[in-house]
Ligand binder design. Structure first.
Ligand code: FHN
Length: 429
């Protein structure tokens, strides 16, 4: 496939993705029981038999994916990605290739199938996260107690037959997800490191399977990348497994994402609400709704998406602090979503008081900082025929040089009009 045809197909596949802009990431699995984050098995060197206790005790009797879907929809999210298998190898779906799965726990449920049904019913697009790493599979180099993959990945060279057995398993499970669960919209692989990238995963073969079974599916870039470094999607000669979007993690790229030829690349920043992907009982420091809104606006202003993470607990519930933030974000999105959906960068330099997003002939000014004295939009006066506040449709004056800002109103800012400037901005949490 030529680079041009790859880019044309990527553009077509990601059209909905670039419109929808805002999704929910869900990290859930056995690690919700220890409740110390999804790397707990590795970080604490938990043995197979000790970790087995979590498998034996897993019974999320309050799992109600319909309520998850309603919370995501109410927050203004348009798609959601659930971990079908994370690094610990536990499968939230009924795989025929292993017994290490949710249908063999006390839950006795195909958690992935219920997630997909519930989110589709709410009209959201659906994606599955699938870990390339697998600390449980006996043929994965970081198997057993040698479970820190970063140091042990040399092992697979010594057991070439073994690692191929793991790859057959991994490819087989991806095929199960592609064929047994209906139309998927996103496959979110995670992650490549050291020499385990690209063809070490037999990635071209995997992509051929994906393109054959679900050709519309969009795939992230981590078959040859991680959250820190980007892989061939950035090159001017992308591989067949470059993926359809870049996936910066816990960071918003300073200037968006382009490839070596300067072409814009679809990208999605994945960000946690607190400081953990998987449920952490001790981590009660959550980002405010205002921070989430600003990060979402920043992503869109740079032609990117925001995938905001929640980590449900061992009972199957999204933590209340996460729900509280999502509810507040949803109130803003209901009044201001026009400045997010279908929007992208404006052809204007970033103003000092905030950010612009644009959709066709509509410019949206997001006033984050109330400057000392009137916000000056004089530079736009010639470009703007009329200005309205998104929240209530009321007129905003932008023609007088000392005039105030045009931006979507929300509960956090007092809109600035010459006749009633208010200082200071409401408390910044
Ligand atoms: O190791 C994983 C981590 O647990 C989490 O799933 C993130 C989400 O993007 N990805 C990897 C770290 O980059």
């Amino acid at each position: 496939m030529t680079t041009q045809s790859y880019i044309e197909q990527r553009t077509e596949r990601t059209r909905w993705f670039l419109h929808d802009r805002f999704g929910m990431f869900i990290h859930w699995g056995l690690y919700a029981i220890p409740a110390r984050g999804e790397w707990v098995r590795n970080a604490e060197r938990i043995s197979n038999e000790d970790y087995q206790a979590y498998f034996d005790g897993f019974n999320p009797d309050r799992y109600d994916p319909k309520s998850w879907a309603k919370a995501a929809k109410a927050a203004g999210m348009k798609y959601a990605v659930l971990t079908a298998k994370h690094h610990d190898g536990f499968c939230l779906f009924d795989s025929a290739l292993t017994e290490y799965k949710s249908t063999r726990t006390k839950a006795g449920r195909d958690l992935v199938r219920e997630f997909l049904d519930a989110f589709r019913a709410e009209g959201l697009k659906v994606g599955l996260y699938y870990s390339l790493l697998d600390w449980h599979h006996p043929d994965y180099p970081a198997y057993g107690d040698r479970i820190h993959p970063m140091r042990d990945n040399e092992a697979y060279k010594r057991e070439p037959g073994g690692f191929d057995r793991y790859l057959d398993y991994m490819h087989g499970q991806v095929r199960e997800l592609l064929t047994n669960y209906g139309k998927l919209d996103i496959m979110w692989f995670d992650f490549s490191y050291g020499e385990l990238r690209g063809e070490a995963w037999r990635a071209s073969e995997l992509m051929e399977t994906i393109r054959a079974v679900q050709p519309h599916l969009i795939v992230d870039n981590r078959l040859d990348a991680s959250g820190e470094e980007g892989g061939s999607i950035y090159s001017d000669n992308p591989t067949p497994y470059a993926g359809d979007f870049a996936s910066p993690e816990q960071i918003i790229p300073p200037r968006g994402v382009t490839d070596q030829a300067g072409r814009s690349i679809p990208w999605e920043a994945c960000i946690t609400l607190n400081n953990n992907w998987g449920y952490s009982a001790a981590d009660q420091v959550y980002k405010s709704a205002k921070t989430v809104i600003r990060k979402l606006v920043e992503c869109v202003s740079k032609n990117g998406n925001l995938l905001l993470n929640v980590g449900p607990d061992a009972k199957g519930e999204i933590p209340q602090p996460s729900l509280d933030v999502l509810e507040e974000v949803g109130r803003w999105m209901r009044r201001n979503g026009d400045s997010i959906y279908g929007c992208g960068p404006a052809d204007l330099p970033k103003p000092e008081w905030g950010r612009y997003t644009q959709s066709g002939g509509k410019l949206y000014a997001h006033l984050f900082e109330e400057s000392i004295g009137p916000v000056n939009l004089a530079g736009l006066a010639g470009r703007i025929k009329q200005a309205r506040l998104l929240a209530d449709g009321s007129e905003v004056f932008v023609t007088r040089p000392w005039n105030a800002a045009l931006y979507e109103q929300d509960a956090f800012f007092n809109f600035a009009r010459p006749e009633h400037f208010t200082y200071p901005l409401p408390d910044e949490r």
